[in-house]
Each structure stands twice: as C-alpha cells, then as structure tokens.
Design a protein around this ligand. Structure first.
Ligand SMILES: NC(=O)c1ccc[n+]([C@@H]2O[C@H](COP(=O)([O-])OP(=O)(O)OC[C@H]3O[C@@H](n4cnc5c(N)ncnc54)[C@H](O)[C@@H]3O)[C@@H](O)[C@H]2O)c1
Length: 289
C-alpha cells in the first residue's frame, strides 16, 4: 500500500508503546487513526498529544477481549472517518508462571487479548476493509516468542503469539490476490510499558495475584530495548512495501537457526525410525511434495 495519505487505520493498544509509535508514524504520514485502548488514563493523553500536532486521530476506549466492543469499535471507526483501510492488532499482555501453575484465568486472559481479540477484529474489520475497494493492510503484533521458545514461564504468551503468526500466515495466503497486504510484527525487546500489563487485566479474568509478566526478570532487557517509535516507523515501511515478516532485531536470526536445527533433528530421527521404515516399505507412507 504505497499511498498511505488519507487512509484510515485502526490500532489496538494505541495508548502506549509500539501502538502509540504506530499512531505517531501513521499520522505523520498523513493517515487518519482510530486509537483504541483499555487504558482510560493514557489513551486521552496520547490522543491529545497527536491532535496538538495537527493529526486527525480519535480515541476509542474499549476492551478487546469483549467481542461486541470490537465490533462497536469497527462501527465507530467508519462512523468517524467514513472507511477503514488498515487494521493493526497490536495490544498484548503477558503473565509469567510455569505451564501447570498459571491459573486457568491467567491462560484465558493472555489468550483472549493476544489471540482471540485478533479473531474478533478480523471478523469485524476485514469485511469493511474489503468493502471500500481501496488498498488495505492487516498487521498483527506477535513477537519473537511467536516463532521460538521464550523460555520457562512464558507458556501462555508463547502459545498466543505462535497463534498470531499462524493466523497471519493463513491470512496472507487468503489475501494474496487482493489489494490487501498482510504483515506480522515479531519484535525482540522494545522499551514499552508492558511490565505494567497486569494493570489492564479486566476483572472477569481474576486478579492474577500480582504475578509479574514473566518468571525471569526482564526489566533491564526491556529498558535497553528499542525505542517503540522506531517500531512505528518500521511498521509503516512494511505496510508501504508489503513486507510480511517485520523483525526489529536482526541479531535474533540465530534463534531461528537453532529452531531449524532442532526441527531437522526431528526429521532425521523420523527417517531412522523402524516403525516408519516398515510402514514405508509396506507402501503406507504418504509422500509430501
Ligand atoms: N515490549 C516488548 O519487548 C515486546 C516484544 C515482543 C512483542 N511485544 C508485543 O507488542 C505489543 C505491544 O505491546 P507494548 O510492548 O507496546 O506494551 P504496552 O503495555 O506499552 O502497550 C500495550 C497496550 O495494550 C493495551 N491493552 C491491554 N489489554 C487491552 C485490552 N483488553 N483491550 C484494549 N487494549 C488493551 C494496554 O492498555 C497498553 O496500552 C503486544 O502485543 C506485546 O505482546 C512486545
């Protein structure tokens, strides 16, 4: 989507961090932005900052874990701006704990914000993006944890972020012959307010008993992370260049190499497995292309 001026974007998690970085980059490029977030304090401040610079932006307070609120946000975007071209599923949360120790509500909350809300938004926004017969783009924020193992204690986050990569891969194949592009953002460490995620936990997902976002201390790593405004600029570049995978830390490619090595070991093990060999000899093995 080369020509972004005048196009309308909807961004979740736009009150803070990378979502705010995207809103800044998009509005500077002449886009109109509906900035959605659950944070009733930060959202008006973020929108006021952009408006003071002449940006055509609006605040939409909502909880994306509630399906009706996501559909209402889509209707509000079209009502305010007349159309929608770009969907950025960016809001995300985490809570740390060993897989069996996290409560069901911990799992439910992380999956609801990071994964199910993306499903709601695809169903609410994609028909509207298709309907306006212009170029469009769907961008979802996953993580490097959507491709590799983030380590012990990251089970719910890892699962939800892998799901986002999977959904965007499929969406890419579904939209490849249309004027709508698809991207998935897989950041490394970015210096945002994500350590405060528990503050945005809706009551129906329980209190979380003050669990931090991860078992391992990541405060220092995040403090040294990339400026979220740079990520906003990267996302704008990716939308304009129709780039699918958006990485913020090229140095993390070695984590992908290590994952591939482990996958290859799995295939080597399968190739030498006696049961599979016997099944192959009996003509029972399906040949993948
Ligand atoms: N910070 C990092 O290092 C990092 C790395 C990889 C991926 N990510 C991902 O980046 C995305 C953006 O996070 P960030 O790091 O900018 O954090 P952030 O906390 O600064 O921003 C996230 C925003 O999402 C909002 N939000 C949370 N729950 C919501 C809900 N139910 N409804 C609506 N809004 C809600 C929060 O209020 C907050 O403003 C997330 O998906 C996160 O998982 C972050």
């Amino acid at each position: 989507m080369r020509d972004v001026a005048g196009k309308v974007a909807f961004i979740t998690g736009a009150a803070s961090g990378m979502g705010l970085g995207m809103a800044r980059a998009f509005s500077e490029a002449g886009m109109k932005v509906m900035m959605a977030d659950i944070d009733a304090k930060r959202l008006p401040a973020a929108v006021a900052e952009l408006k003071s610079r002449g940006a055509d932006v609006e605040a939409h307070l909502c909880d994306i874990t509630v399906e009706d609120q996501v559909f209402a946000a889509a209707a509000a975007t079209v009502k305010r701006f007349g159309k929608v071209n770009v969907l950025c599923n960016n809001a995300g949360v985490s809570v740390g704990g060993l897989s069996e120790e996290l409560s069901q509500k911990d799992w439910d909350w992380v999956i609801a914000v990071n994964q199910t809300a993306v499903v709601y938004a695809l169903r609410a926004f994609l028909p509207l993006i298709k309907a306006n017969a212009e170029t469009g783009h769907v961008m979802s924020t996953s993580s490097m944890a959507g491709l590799v193992n983030a380590g012990p204690g990251w089970g719910a986050y890892n699962a939800s972020k892998h799901a986002v990569v999977g959904m965007m891969e499929v969406l890419y194949s579904e939209l490849k012959d249309t004027p709508i592009g698809v991207s998935v953002l897989c950041p490394g460490a970015v210096s945002t307010n994500i350590l405060e995620a528990a503050k945005h936990r809706p009551g129906h997902f329980g209190s979380g008993d003050g669990r931090p976002i991860s078992l391992n201390p990541i405060d220092e790593t995040l403090a040294k992370g990339l400026d979220p405004d740079v990520v906003g600029d990267l996302v704008l570049d990716a939308i304009q260049e129709n780039q699918f995978y958006i990485f913020t830390d090229p140095g993390m490619e070695k984590q992908i190499d290590r994952l591939f090595d482990r996958l290859k070991l799995g295939f080597a093990w399968a190739r030498n497995n006696d049961h599979l060999k016997a099944a192959k000899q009996a003509g029972l093995v399906w040949k993948a292309k």
